[in-house]
Write a protein that binds this ligand. Structure first.
Ligand SMILES: [Zn+2]
Length: 389
């Protein structure tokens, strides 16, 4: 059993009541078959867009990232609300079937959150607001503000929290950003940041392909723009592939966290993610799938495997990023990403395709197996109740 990345126990069992773990104790009379399985905490997907469904994308379209954005917008424009809802439910099912029990989800229209009302997932739903660009808002500012007000006034419950997602540091007007800052006190705030070199170039200098799309540049980094608006503190920043020079240092002391999306990163063939720079700056990095529009699957076990392959992290570190780090940046979900006494009884039962003798004795070897090999997810529990994908 994996209590957490530094505490693996063999032949152990958990007892839970009222949705929380009461005891972790030596298991009595495990069958041979049960001995071949691993109990582990449910995974935290720190960045998803469930309303974009679960169907895998085709090849990245011509025209680079902006070509991809245009293709996603076109598909979304031709999708009915009922189809969006069905897509969100399909995506949520995929998460549950692959061992994710908590998700920070960007909700573009409200339809996704509504469709997931009955889902057993722990859902931190971030209402997306977007109104053009820093100095050139379009006619969406007023409506965006209404959506934001509605989201922050929604009550937080054991499995549901609502917050805000100003779409990106480059796609929200100064006026809206200021209003969101006033509204957001204590609420979750998730923002796309420094995803592409074109974005960073445009933010700093107003040049490149983003200038046709976004007009005049603010000529400051995304971090600085959020700081000035009062939205930086406690923010969850997604991607961070191309920070401006000195921008990481500017995040220090603001209690921000970053989400890296390994599968989406691979889909766009991005250069290696500089995890060590974030760690050197003391910034926590969690893992997410991003949407099915830029990822072949919504399976966090696959994200962990890709993270190990591409970031050069240990099994323990990759596991932490998908459990404890994600849980820490989402306190509204009431999980720890661990299986300790008092923690949420969010569990998954896993069966590795191949066992090694060492992994049956040694915690580090077991985490290696868990984060690098193929696994079957045989059962998932949230708050102590078995759930179906
Ligand atoms: Zn995203």
């Amino acid at each position: 059993m994996v209590i957490d990345a530094s505490d693996v126990r063999f032949n152990a069992a958990v007892r839970f009541a009222g949705g929380r773990i009461e005891a972790v104790e030596p298991a009595q009379g495990l069958t041979r078959d049960e001995e071949q399985t691993i109990l582990a905490p449910g995974l935290v997907n720190a960045h998803a867009h469930l309303d974009l469904g679960a169907a895998p994308p085709g090849e990245p379209p011509a025209g680079g990232f902006l070509g991809w954005v245009a293709a996603v917008m076109k598909t979304r424009g031709g999708t009915t609300e009922a189809e969006v809802g069905a897509g969100a439910r399909g995506a949520a099912s995929r998460l549950l079937a692959t061992g994710t029990t908590t998700v920070l989800d960007i909700d573009a229209s409200g339809a996704g959150r509504e469709a997931l009302e009955g889902s057993p997932l722990r859902l931190v739903s971030l209402r997306e607001v977007i109104d053009g660009s820093p100095s050139s808002p379009d006619d969406r500012t007023g409506a965006a503000l209404e959506f934001a007000r509605e989201a922050v006034h929604r009550p937080i419950t054991e499995r549901r929290a609502s917050g805000l997602s100003p779409h990106g540091v480059h796609t929200v007007s100064d006026a809206l950003l200021g209003e969101l800052s006033r509204l957001s006190s204590g609420a979750p705030v998730v923002i796309h940041w420094a995803e592409t070199p074109e974005e960073t170039l445009w933010m700093l200098e107003g040049e490149g392909p983003f200038s046709d799309w976004l007009g005049p540049s603010p000529r400051v980094s995304g971090a600085e723009r959020l700081r000035r608006a009062g939205l930086l503190r406690g923010a969850v920043l997604v991607h961070g592939n191309h920070p401006a020079p000195g921008e990481l240092e500017a995040l220090v002391g603001f209690d921000v966290a970053v989400v890296h999306c390994p599968g989406s990163h691979m889909y766009f063939s991005r250069p290696p993610f500089a995890l060590e720079d974030f760690h050197a700056a003391g910034i926590a990095v969690a893992l997410g799938t991003d949407s099915a529009a830029s990822n072949a699957d919504l399976d966090m076990h696959r994200e962990i495997r890709i993270a190990r392959e591409t970031l050069g992290v240990s099994g323990a570190e990759a596991w932490r990023m998908a459990t404890e780090v994600g849980a820490r940046i989402a306190p509204w979900a009431h999980v720890s990403g661990r299986l300790g006494v008092g923690d949420a009884a969010d569990l998954q039962r896993l069966r590795p395709a191949v066992w090694s003798g060492e992994a049956q004795r040694d915690g580090e070897a077991l985490l290696d197996l868990l984060t690098a090999g193929e696994l079957a997810v045989e059962g998932v529990w949230i708050a102590g109740a078995r759930v179906e994908g």
